[in-house]
Design a protein around this ligand. Structure first.
Ligand code: SF4
Ligand code: SF4
Length: 103
């Protein structure tokens, strides 16, 4: 106990490394892989995103005939955004959401 006492005393007066989320909002760093966004106008329906997704989280929406991402299954690897030739899929910094599908 006496050996760790100086460390304990030092830490008592240090600022905490954690933040009081959700009272304090944190800006994710550059390159953060958050919620995916699909720009419908840019999509040319090449389906490369569907074939690339390792989690099989993307399918063709029956109504819109465009990609639909099942966010509950997505691992946020970013492969679909990387492979999309028109940059129709982008990764946002958003990490607070309750929707299960991105269409
Ligand atoms: S890869 Fe891009 S352009 Fe091709 S279907 Fe997917 S979102 Fe549309
Ligand atoms: S980020 Fe990765 S897991 Fe999620 S939809 Fe795109 S390719 Fe699939």
């Amino acid at each position: 106990m006496p050996r760790i006492l100086p460390q304990v005393l030092r830490n008592l007066f240090r600022k905490p490394f954690t933040v009081k989320y959700p009272y304090v909002k944190v800006e994710p760093p550059e390159g953060y892989r958050g919620r995916l966004a699909i720009n419908k106008e840019r999509c040319i329906r090449c389906w490369l995103c569907i074939h690339t997704c390792p989690a099989r989280a993307i399918s063709v929406d029956k109504e819109t005939k465009r990609p639909s991402i099942w966010l509950g299954r997505c691992t946020f690897c970013g492969e679909c955004a990387e492979v999309c030739p028109t940059k129709a899929i982008t990764m946002t910094k958003e990490f607070e959401y309750t929707t299960l599908y991105e269409k």
